[in-house]
Ligand binder design. Sequence first.
Ligand SMILES: [Zn+2]
Length: 294
Amino acid sequence: MRQCRICGIPETVDGVELDESGVCRACRRQIRHIPSRKELREKVRKALENSEKVLVAVSGGLDSLAALGLALRICDEVVALTVDTGALHPEAWRRIILARRMSGIEWEIIGDQKPFLKLFEERLTRAESPCGPCSRMITRRYERRARELGVDAIVTGHELPHGTSPVVPKDPPVIRAMCGMTENERREIVEEEFGLTVDKISGYTSNCIVLPFALKLFYMKYGYSFEAPRLAAMVRYGYISREDMEQIMTPPTLSDLKELLRECEEWIPESLKQMLQKVINKISNSDLGRENGD
Ligand SMILES: [Zn+2]
């Protein structure tokens, strides 16, 4: 299988074409316009300094906690918001509780799991990625709340796509606070602000329990990870290494998924538990599922 020699995206990913020199179209187009890390971090800092009151969207993962820590250092008034999709890993909840206690800030939890659970069921049944629609649903919720609270900006733990600016011109504007920030810098902020160490996790955004299940089903259907384009962009912009990318693109094994469900089943909604058990059964009964690393 050929991969782009810059970002590592496999040729098998839908829509990817490599030229004779082995470079994908996105790399060819974007590689000359990548702003420096320092430049991006300056822009984030300025945007935060110009915002008195902000709403930070926190999922309990490394990136959003670091975004919260950064906002706490710079902004006068910070409100945190967590959207409870029903699929947050218990470890993410533990970090949310500890960070809430350490910071003493106002922390809102929006808990309407139903539409999310419906989405997960529908996507898992078709072996398609739930991430796009799920993150749009989350975004709608914190944007609505931000307008109600009248904050100057929304802060997220995202870094991409940042183009040339980490601030998305919306109402209110969205500051992608992790632009230009390395993983170690994120870890440092989270440790300093909340006394929390976040382990390096496989799957990268594995504070969502549904993601690894969806990745596995998609991989069995298409032979590549639906995270590949996002991860390739992370490599292109220098946020992660090619080795990390390869590791994250490797689908979880059947025993990984069984283990994950075991550790979470007491904490998640019953309907989600049944949904994920069904996925495990489906994979166990398929040769392809068992072949992929089991
Ligand atoms: Zn590329």
